[in-house]
Write a protein that binds this ligand. Structure first.
Ligand SMILES: [Zn+2]
Length: 257
C-alpha cells in the first residue's frame, strides 16, 4: 500500500511539473516577412551600416513550400542539398557626412566576420566553412544575388553570402532556430568601419504555433515565461526535437566553387 501511495505522489509531482512540447508551425503557414525580420539584425553605428542576415535551412523550407512554381521533387532536391549548410548574408558600408555609401568588398577577409553558435548551456561551438559547395547550393546562391540586387539596389549588390557547415561530425545542428541558444556574429573593425555584433536568439517565434495564456487566452511569444497581460505563468517551453537529429549529407559536387 505504501508503495502505491508513493507511486501516486510521484505521478502528481510529474504531472504538476509537466511541460508542453512546443508545436512547430507548418512551413507553408510561416510568414516569410516575419522570418526575415527575426533573422536580420542591423548592429551598425552612426557613420556606418551593417546588416547581418542569418539564413537557416528553415528559410528555404518556408520559401520553397510557398513557391507554387516549384515541384515537390525540385523542393526535395534543393532542401536535401542545402540541409548541411546555413548562410550568413552581410553588408557593411561606411556612410560619408554627405550620405554616400562606401561598401566593403567580399575580398576584405570575409568582412571581418566571426560567427559562433552558442548552445542552451552556454557552450560555444566552432563553425567551419565547407571546402566544396554542392551544385544545388551554388545554384541557389547564384539565384539570390540578382534578387537582392533588384530588391535593395546597391546595398543588395554588396550583400555578400557566406556558407557555413550547419552540422558537426556527428550530424548535430550547429545553429537550429528550433532550439534554445543563440548565434553570435561579430563584425570586426575593418578599415574605418568599427567593430559590431549581431545576436540571433533562438528559438525563433515565427516558426511555432503560438501558445495561448490559459487565463486571458492571448498569444504568447515563444521566449516568454509569464503572460505580459495578466501575469499568469505560461507552460514551460520545451524544444520540439532533439538537437542531434541526423540527416544524410549529400555528396559535394566536384569542380570549382
Ligand atoms: Zn494572460
Amino acid at each position: 500500500m505504501r508503495w502505491n501511495v508513493a507511486l501516486i505522489l510521484g505521478l502528481v509531482v510529474v504531472l504538476s511539473t509537466a511541460s508542453l512540447s512546443a508545436q512547430k508551425r507548418p512551413h507553408n503557414e510561416v510568414s516569410q516577412s516575419r522570418l526575415i525580420k527575426e533573422t536580420q539584425v542591423q548592429p551598425g553605428g552612426h557613420d556606418c551600416v551593417d546588416v547581418v542576415w542569418w539564413v537557416p535551412l528553415e528559410y528555404w523550407q518556408v520559401a520553397f513550400s510557398q513557391n507554387k512554381e516549384m515541384t515537390r521533387e525540385q523542393r526535395g532536391e534543393f532542401i536535401d542539398a542545402l540541409r548541411s549548410y546555413f548562410l550568413l548574408g552581410v553588408v557593411r558600408a561606411e556612410v560619408s557626412p554627405m550620405g554616400q555609401f562606401r561598401f566593403a568588398g567580399e575580398e576584405d577577409d570575409h568582412q571581418g566576420l566571426v560567427a559562433t553558435p552558442v548552445d542552451a548551456r552556454g557552450k560555444k561551438h566552432i563553425l567551419k566553412r565547407p571546402r566544396e559547395i554542392n551544385v544545388q547550393t551554388r545554384a541557389v546562391l547564384g539565384a539570390i544575388r540578382p534578387v537582392l540586387a533588384a530588391a535593395m539596389g546597391p546595398m543588395g549588390k554588396s550583400f555578400h553570402l557566406y556558407v557555413y557547415e550547419d552540422q558537426d561530425e556527428k550530424g548535430r545542428r550547429m545553429a537550429s532556430p528550433y532550439q534554445k541558444g543563440k548565434l553570435v556574429v561579430e563584425l570586426q573593425k575593418l578599415g574605418k568601419l568599427p567593430a559590431s555584433k549581431a545576436e540571433f536568439e533562438t528559438p525563433l517565434d515565427c516558426l511555432f504555433v503560438p501558445r495561448k495564456c490559459s487565463q486571458c487566452n492571448k498569444e504568447a511569444h515563444v521566449s516568454w515565461n509569464y503572460c505580459p497581460w495578466c501575469g499568469r505563468k505560461l507552460p514551460k517551453w520545451e524544444a520540439p526535437e532533439r538537437p542531434g537529429s541526423t540527416t544524410t549529407k549529400p555528396e559535394p559536387a566536384k569542380g570549382p566553387t
